[in-house]
Each structure stands twice: as structure tokens, then as C-alpha cells.
Design a protein around this ligand. Structure first.
Ligand code: SF4
Ligand code: SF4
Length: 277
């Protein structure tokens, strides 16, 4: 479970990569799929790319059909959560009696379960890894099984190590904003840009390639070629762009505007126009 989710009643018990636990989840267990109901699942940019491709949807269609936009407490930043069903149990839209229909592409939060991960405060230049905890829900009987894991072997088994790698830059940006004083807020326009670059990858592609974006920023041709072909690279590029224009982060690529007198400001991003308009 991601720290960004609001999970009432869960007290984090700090675990590290070597912490051991016994657990097994399988389709014969009495509680099978109970964990897929009444939950809050925050989706990362990488989760959305995997899910929309799995469902053969555009990012815009996926966001409209399966997610709820929210503002994350203490950051004032837009996030999206999986939209649960209207049934009494508030089921995940992808759960069936036979299990998860998007299992191969299930979100980071689902891969971690029954573990959660908490990210520590952002500190420039400090490598903070966060910590893990158990999501001890009473309906989950997997802890009664004998299979032993460490946090590290569980992460590898569930493929969440790859998700973490690709989620790291986005998580870091959210945690960074959380360290800002609460009175520092972004405009609605900036939040829309943030939402598009983070979550609506198809719209962000149009924004980059069909607006004056590439005329305004001096982007190397190899990077342009890469982000044209690879949507994960495009997503990483978008997050670097946000870090550069919103946070002036030194660890993000410096997005230099072509015009000498332009500053790297939100206004700079706002000036990008659709070429057709
Ligand atoms: S509740 Fe626990 S054991 Fe049961 S299906 Fe979910 S993760 Fe597996
Ligand atoms: S995405 Fe799959 S694993 Fe995650 S809650 Fe939904 S059905 Fe369960």
C-alpha cells in the first residue's frame, strides 16, 4: 500500500528489506479477492500506462472510465485513485470471482499487498529509501500460511521492484511538494499541466508534439526521438519537465526555453499553444 493512500486505522510498523514474514495468497484461500474491495488505490503514472495498455484504451479513456481525480492532502497536488464499484462492497472494477483481470498489469499498491511502503520526507541530495509496513486487515488469511519471505524477495516476486524504479521520480516529486509550507499552492492551470504530464500520457504526447513545445524548448534530437517511440521515456520526460518548471530542481534536466528573454516559469509553460489554434 502506498503511503500516499489514506488508510484509516493502519499503524505503520517499520520493516526493512531484510524483515521476514510468512504469507501465501492463492485462489483456494477463503478470503480470495476480499482485499480487492473497499480499498483506496492511488495510481502512479507507470500504473496508468500499464493498465490502459492492458485494457487497450487511451489514457484519456482509462482515466474517464476507471479513476477518480483527487487532491492529495498536504500537497495540494492532483492524484488519481481507482474508481470503485457502486456495489455494497465497493469492489475494484477489475475483480471477478476468478481473480484480477488485469493481474499481469496490476497497480503498484496491489503488488505490494499485504505490505505497504512509506516514503520519508524529501531532502535534497539525501538518499531516503522509506520503510515498509504490514497492512494487517482482519479478512486477510494469507499470514496463516507457511511460505516465508523477506520484504526484498516479496518485492522481486511481485515485480514491484521494477514499478518502484519507474515510480521513483514521481513519488519524489510528490514528497518534495509535501515538504513545502501549506500556504504555497499551485494555480488551477498548473494543476492541469501537472495532471496531464503525470497521468494523461496521450494528451501529454499531443502537447509535446502538436503544440509549440518543441519550438520553445531546446531539447536534444536523441531525446525527441526516444520520447516519440517510448511512452515510459515520455512519462519520465514529463516528470522531469514538471520538476524543472515547478520546483526548479537541479536534479531534473534543465528545460531551457529557446527565447533568450524567457524565464523557466509556469508562465513559460502557459505560453505553449496548440499549433492549430
Ligand atoms: S485477503 Fe490476503 S490472502 Fe486473501 S486474497 Fe487478498 S491478499 Fe490473498
Ligand atoms: S487491480 Fe486487481 S489486484 Fe488490484 S484491487 Fe483490483 S482486482 Fe484486486
Amino acid at each position: 500500500m502506498n503511503v500516499l493512500d489514506k488508510i484509516p486505522g493502519i499503524v505503520p510498523e517499520s520493516l526493512n528489506l531484510n524483515s521476514k514474514f510468512k504469507f501465501k495468497c492463492h485462489n483456494k484461500i477463503k478470503c480470495f479477492t476480499k482485499c480487492c474491495r473497499g480499498i483506496s488505490i492511488t495510481l502512479t503514472p507507470y500504473d496508468i500506462i500499464r493498465l490502459k495498455n492492458s485494457l487497450k484504451l487511451t489514457s484519456h479513456e482509462f482515466l474517464a472510465l476507471y479513476t477518480t481525480p483527487q487532491i492529495l492532502e498536504k500537497t495540494d497536488l492532483p492524484i488519481v485513485t481507482l474508481r470503485l464499484g457502486d456495489d455494497e462492497l465497493k469492489s475494484c472494477p477489475f475483480v471477478t470471482d476468478k481473480g484480477c483481470i488485469v493481474y499481469e498489469d496490476r497497480p503498484t499498491t496491489c503488488r505490494y499487498y499485504p505490505l505497504g511502503v512509506a516514503s520519508l520526507m524529501y531532502k535534497e541530495g539525501v538518499d531516503e529509501k522509506g520503510f515498509y509496513f504490514f497492512v494487517n486487515e482482519p479478512h486477510c488469511l494469507g499470514f496463516e500460511e507457511e511460505k516465508e519471505w523477506t520484504v526484498e524477495t516479496w518485492r522481486k516476486d511481485q515485480g514491484v521492484d521494477i514499478h518502484d524504479l519507474l515510480n521513483a521520480s514521481w513519488t519524489d516529486m510528490i514528497v518534495h511538494k509535501r515538504s513545502f509550507p501549506p500556504n504555497i499552492k499551485f494555480t488551477d492551470k498548473t494543476k492541469q499541466l501537472f495532471f496531464m504530464a503525470c497521468y494523461d500520457i496521450d494528451k501529454f504526447r499531443e502537447f509535446v508534439f502538436e503544440s509549440t513545445f518543441l519550438d520553445r524548448y531546446a531539447i536534444e534530437s536523441e531525446i525527441i526521438d526516444k520520447i516519440k517511440k517510448d511512452e515510459i521515456a515520455l512519462s519520465e520526460f514529463g516528470i522531469k519537465w514538471l520538476k524543472s518548471i515547478l520546483f526548479k530542481r537541479k536534479d531534473a534536466d534543465n528545460f531551457q526555453l529557446n527565447e533568450e528573454d524567457a524565464n523557466l516559469t509556469n508562465a513559460g509553460a502557459d505560453k505553449i499553444q496548440n499549433k492549430q489554434s
